[in-house]
Design a protein around this ligand. Sequence first.
Ligand code: ZN
Length: 408
Amino acid sequence: MNCRLCGSTNLASVVDLGATPPCELFLSAEQVDQPEMTYPLHLRLCTDCLLAQLPPLITPEETFTEYAYFSSYSDSWVRHAKDFVDAQVERIDPKFVVEVASNDGYLLQHVVERGIRCLGIEPSVNVGAAARDKGVPTLTEFLSPRTGQAVREEHGPADLVVANNVYAHIPDVVGFTRGLRALVADDGWVSIEVQHLLTLIEQNQYDTIYHEHFQYYTVASAQKALASGGLSLVDVELVPTHGGSIRLLAQPTENAGEPTQRVADVLAREKAAGLHELAGYAEFARRVAGVRRDLLRFLVDAAARGRSVVGYGAPGKGNTLLNHCGIRSDLMAYTVDRNPYKHGRFTPGTRIPILPPEQIAVDRPDYVLVLPWNLRAELTAQLSYVGEWGGKLVFPIPHLEIVEVKKS
Ligand SMILES: [Zn+2]
């Protein structure tokens, strides 16, 4: 196995989560009676360039042709996108904005509202169609240097290229970065939001490791990835989405200024946490095993006491957790999700039924295990009705917490 960024063969084990199916391949009722492929889920670190990575065992084409994730189902994510657009319009006053992996238009709809020209590039046919229904011009494509060049020739260079929650999802990180460089004007900006490996490690967010995330970035490794495609990191912001992300602001290398003090500050935090050398990753696997033991102990005990447990949410990361812990419907009867695409389907690997959220109020379970823990504040408010019958919320990460909810 070679590092996909620098080609080195010096890849060291960080954590081995066993073998699981791709986390977005929810099963239909017919598929539950059929075999299912699993793939090893073993995170490794390149000790030369420090890129944490999974081998490319699945292709993005397998995942994204019909994708189940519609960004607009999360209220807080849509608000976050609007705040971002407001800030960027204020900062650089763009005349043309391109978003890569624009999903269902959750972000560009705010650009359209302002009368600014924009284009989404989204590989999923069904998700891109939802964006066009909202009036967001959307091209059904994967970004490559060739696609980037074709868009530039047809629409002109973009003042702002946005790539949120995609920089981990592409196995060809060098080609993708060259694609971004092709899209952006020579004096334009590229803004990338991606999960921060520092918080992943510090907060035990191991369930965000799944096959669709091919690499996991520190600012140090992101700088190298950007440079591979002709971009230079100028500024970085820490943002709270997905439990802790970095917003990387980059410019074409020939026009980029010196990195800001904020870049130096985040690099210093990473270095202090030990993440600029292999030794800093050593404790992580031990803490992951602890999360699994605590959650299983709680679920087995609840089952033994005759208490009912259901899930809330069917996010991709929930499937890493459920598979790694070996949780089946005897320990968690079902989960619910707001996305109607998932209703009547089953979680990959663990085959737990997914129902509409209304089922919780019907069944009044003793415990609701919240799988999208990153939306904790939003979901604690949304699920306050569970307190009406004395039900409690359970958060598995960063460590097991059982929370009483106030009756509203
Ligand atoms: Zn490397």
